[in-house]
Structure formats: C-alpha cells, structure tokens
Design a protein around this ligand. Sequence first.
Ligand code: XMP
Length: 310
Amino acid sequence: MFETKKFIENALEEIRNTVCGKKVISACSGGVDSTVATFLVHKAVGEKLTAVFIDDGLRREGEPEFVVKTLKNLGIKSKFIDARKGFFAALKGKTDAEEKRKAFREKFYKTLGEVSKELKIEFIVQGTIKADVIETVKGIKSQHNVLEQIGIDSQMYGYKIIEPLKELFKPEVRKVGRELGLPKEISERMPFPGPALSLRVLGEVTPEKVAIVRKATEIVEAETGELKTFQNFAVLHNDKATGIKNGNRVYGNIITVRIVDSEDAVTAKATQVPYQTLMKISERITGEIPSVVRCLYDITDKPPSTIEFE
Ligand code: XMP
C-alpha cells in the first residue's frame, strides 16, 4: 500500500538534504509528473526554486500560456525559454523514431545546461517516473528524461539531476499531487509525453507538420473530453492518400486518432468510442484542416502496440 503522506515527508527531507540550501531549477512541461515534482521541490526549498518551461515549438495549442499561468497561480517563480528554432534545427532531417527521441533529449539537456550555467545552478529537478525508466531500460523506447539509469552521467551537461518521483507510477504521482493540494486540472491531467508532438508527427518533424497535428489534437481533445479516458490524441502520418476536396483530387495527409484507457500506461486498451463521436472527429479534422483527406481510428491495445506511435 502506497503511503502518500509518508512518501511526501521522506521526499521533502531527502530533497532538502540533497540541495543543502543551494538554488535549484525544475524542468516543468506542465504535465502531471513534472508539475508534481516541481511543486514538491517548491514545498521543500521555496524561493530557492525556479521552474523552467522550455518552449520547444512542439507543445499543444495554448500549452505555453497554460504552464506559465499555472506556475504563477501556484506561487512558483518561473523562467520561460523560447527554444523553438533550436529544437526544429535539432530534429531536422531525422526520420527514425529513436534518432528523433535522442535528438530531442540531447537538445533538452543542453538547453537546461545553458540555463543552469546562466543561473549558476547545480541541481535540476525532473519528473521522471518508474514507467519511463522501465521502458527505457528494457529498450522499448528511450524516454527523453531517462539518463543515469542507462549510464549517461548528467554532469556532462553541467549539473546533477534530482528525480523525486522516480520510484512511483502514474496513479501514485496523482495521489501525491492531490495530497499536496494541486488543482484537479493538474493532478488529473491527461498524460502528455516530454518530446510532445514530435512523437506524433511520423517521419521528419517540421513546423508545418506540427501545426497540422496540433490542430487535429485540439479537435480530438475537444470532442472526447467527456469520455474521461487515459489519453486521447492525433497522429500525422508520413505517407499520403488520395482524397477529394471541392470536387478536386487531393493527394493529402492522413491522421490517426488514438484513444486509450489505462491505469499506469504500462498496458492500455483501445477505447470503444461511440461511432457518432468518431464521425464528428473525422468530419472536423478533414473539414478544418485543408491538407487532411483521411482520418483513421486505431483499435490496437498495448501490447502489442505502444500508446504512442513512436
Ligand atoms: P508508450 O508509447 O511507451 O507510452 O506506450 C507510455 C506512456 O508514456 C508516454 N511517453 C513518454 N513520456 N517521454 C515522456 O515523458 C517520452 O519520451 C515518452 N514516450 C511515451 C506516453 O504518452 C504514455 O503516456
């Protein structure tokens, strides 16, 4: 049985002992894990903490504004880094899923290295959880936030990493968030991967493709919010299909919609979404995004699929 209060007490003590009154930054993407980790460290060290939000150009619609507002409401000092150009440059020409993840990870840690140097900081907090570590170590996916567990020393980027949630699974992270008093919109938030929409643009990532999948994501989320499923999203394919728009042949984009139920992301079930909802999503995606001519629904569970396509 997970004892939430005890976990928090121990974590606060451990964080204080580790940082010993020094300044800390926390990489906060606005997701459940990184926000809970940030809030926990803020509780432990207060004003010594600065949360860093990196805008990599790969976030969902309205996300950068949401994160800045959330941190402000929580009373946490924050720093906004506009790194969009650098991330697109790092991903340019990369088509292999693992290569893309590694390029993202490298750029992510280098960017944090620059911030830590500028702010003269020794420690960086991140919201790695147990599932991230397991999948990376097993070689299924190199989750962007797993380093030391696969033998990479973060000191090569110029700092030490603190991961207060690395022994927890998602349901426990949510319990910690609730116990700490985080608003529901954070503790119950749908999981979103660190490398963000880069995993949902199959093949090379460009600003134009990200804009397409961002719009499709917005539609999927708007039409499925009521379902209360674990994760709902859109994926842009790398290949194209024939369609008809305004009476003309269009060789256009394909979007797959993925909606899954899960407890901890280790296994997942494709949701039996009402057909009317799927039709509405398809009509909106093909109607509101000019280049999209085809919309598919993924009916595969995890395993054999993973939740994300990449
Ligand atoms: P998969 O696709 O492996 O995903 O079934 C399991 C859960 O993890 C999320 N995910 C990631 N989260 N960095 C993250 O922070 C990553 O590189 C990453 N890859 C997948 C995914 O969205 C799902 O919730």
